[in-house]
Design a protein around this ligand. Structure first.
Ligand SMILES: Nc1nc2c(ncn2[C@@H]2O[C@H](COP(=O)(O)OP(=O)(O)O)[C@@H](O)[C@H]2O)c(=O)[nH]1
Ligand SMILES: [Mg+2]
Length: 242
């Protein structure tokens, strides 16, 4: 009998002005995968960051090797949704991690995602700030209220069967992520929520891992009034169509 294929994990790391954060997150990812003895690659999708994030990426590519650091830049800022689509095209792993590059998502949780996935052969494992030992640090009251409110509203309207809908730290089987990306219509913040709602709709199994989310130290968040309105619109659209 042929030996079972060894799993490989491709991390999609979208960056926009993450010069200070990129070396740290990459170092922590390498440490996490190496110590837990899993095969991996880190795909950096930089959208022409004016702060020179790509140059930093090139240094990291020299340090860790082209098989580990895969640079797939785009010329300008085209948004997160299409960054994932772009990234997955270049992924050689059979599993895909999606996470932010700003250190809000700590790589130390990676082995827990993998362990959870293997427990029940889950299609998706979602990090959750809103169950078990999960939590949020460094957000002001307003931002906490927005995140909680968005989750609460979505829970009531769509009953998606996952506790954290707006987070993006997740592990997917590659074909599952493909199908989800293909079926998602929204752009912007609501995209993460649509992914999990569609996952439930397609009857994919979803496991959860409690994570602590720490607000970024370096750089700026992109959440503003427009994103909140966009989220509300997207939520109503999903409510009406799913
Ligand atoms: N490639 C790419 N990455 C982006 C874009 N917008 C945000 N990012 C990255 O996506 C992640 C999440 O963005 P962030 O501003 O931290 O969002 P927040 O945590 O929800 O406030 C970070 O790693 C950003 O650098 C974009 O248009 N293109
Ligand atoms: Mg962030």
């Amino acid at each position: 009998m042929a030996p079972p294929r060894k799993n490989k994990y491709s991390v999609l790391l979208p960056t926009y002005n993450e010069r200070e954060n990129l070396p740290l997150i990459v170092w922590l990812l390498v440490k996490s995968f190496t110590e837990s003895n899993h095969d991996y690659e880190i795909i950096v999708i930089d959208d022409g960051s004016p702060d020179g994030t790509l140059e930093v990426g090139k240094q990291l590519e020299k340090i860790y090797g082209k098989d580990k650091i895969v640079l797939r830049p785009r010329a300008k800022k085209l948004g997160l949704g299409t960054a994932y689509i772009h990234g997955i095209k270049h992924a050689t792993g059979n599993f895909i991690f999606i996470m932010d590059a700003d250190l809000s998502h700590h790589p130390k949780f990676i082995p827990e995602f993998i362990k959870k996935q293997q427990e029940e052969d889950y299609d998706v494992v979602s990090g959750t700030r809103y169950a078990g030992s999960g939590g949020v640090y460094g957000w002001d009251f307003k931002r906490k209220l927005i995140s909680r409110g968005a989750n609460y509203l979505t829970q009531i309207l769509l009953r998606p069967g996952a506790t954290d809908l707006t987070g993006s730290f997740r592990l997917y089987k590659k074909p599952v992520l493909h199908k989800l990306i293909d079926s998602c219509v929204s752009k912007g913040y609501v995209f993460q929520m649509e992914m999990i709602v569609r996952a439930r709709q397609f009857n994919y199994s979803i496991g959860e891992v409690p994570i602590t989310f720490v607000d970024r130290v370096y750089g700026e968040s992109k959440l503003g009034g427009n994103e909140i309105i966009g989220f509300a619109k997207g939520l109503l659209m999903l409510f009406a169509t799913t």
